[in-house]
Design a protein around this ligand. Structure first.
Ligand code: 13P
Length: 250
């Protein structure tokens, strides 16, 4: 079975409701219907309208950018995985570096979120990646392996069909400094080997996306790498033509 090809948009905390609505209309128009899975990770208030608009396109699905580690109850301001699913979304990003940094999310906390997501039947895009100081110190390989071990050791093989990984070197996010294809391939191969070591052949089949200043110009050379199954796109996903180009860069 061949691995899924995925172009995921992470809109982060951008766009008004009207702007998000317009962008999605444009994306539906300019992205050709093809075998590439397009996942639009929108802010919570826009999940429902995005799900409605994409309902007629099998190549489009909608995701949230985070979920609570709790099922329900007195957690003011939090959004549960079940709420996300009830808005029609099918995916959720967990462990993005911006959340790990600004909200000090621990491995244990992230595993709680992943379990909640699976309980709500959501697919998880789990993010890993090293910061610049770790790369400069030559620790980047150990960092990502430990991020996988720390969190995914708590999962079983039965969860793998709903798991996507995203390698996002933190030094490349929003900086315009992209990992070279060689750097991306090296890290993706390490991640795939680690998944194989942890889960066997099914682990090696989990899609691994690259994220970090991936854009319409560099997507093709990154996606050409044998262990890169697509991208998790920030800034460039806010421009319809650029994201459309990325979805045809496989
Ligand atoms: P940029 O594409 O803006 O660098 O963001 C990447 C990212 O963080 C996607 O989750």
């Amino acid at each position: 079975m061949s691995r899924k090809k995925i172009a995921a948009a992470n809109w982060k905390m951008n766009l008004s409701y009207a702007e998000a609505s317009t962008l999605l209309d444009q994306l539906l128009e300019v992205c050709p219907t093809n075998a590439i899975n397009k996942i639009i990770c929108a802010p919570f208030p826009y999940l429902h309208v995005c799900s409605e608009k994409t309902a007629g396109r099998i190549d489009f699905t909608v995701g949230a950018q985070d979920c609570s580690a709790h099922a329900k109850g007195a957690y003011t301001g939090e959004t549960s995985a079940a709420m996300i699913a009830s808005c029609g979304a099918t995916h959720v990003i967990v462990g993005h570096s911006e959340r790990r940094t600004y909200h000090r999310e621990s491995g244990e906390h992230l595993l709680g979120k992943i379990h909640q997501a699976f309980s709500a039947n959501l697919n998880v895009i789990f993010c890993i990646g090293e910061v610049l100081a770790q790369r400069k110190a030559g620790e980047h390989k150990d960092v990502v392996v430990n991020q996988l071990l720390e969190v995914l050791s708590g999962l079983g093989k039965e969860h793998l069909s709903k798991l996507i990984l995203a390698y996002e070197p933190v030094w490349a996010i929003g900086t315009g400094e992209t990992a070279t294809p060689e750097q991306a391939q090296e890290m993706h191969a390490i991640i795939r080997n680690q998944m194989h070591a942890m889960f066997g052949d099914e682990g090696g089949q989990v899609a691994i996306l690259y994220g970090g200043s991936c854009n319409a110009k560099n997507a093709k050379e990154l996606f050409a790498c044998s262990d890169v199954d697509g991208g998790l796109i920030g800034g460039a996903s806010l421009i319809a033509d650029d994201f459309a180009t990325i979805t045809t860069s496989f």
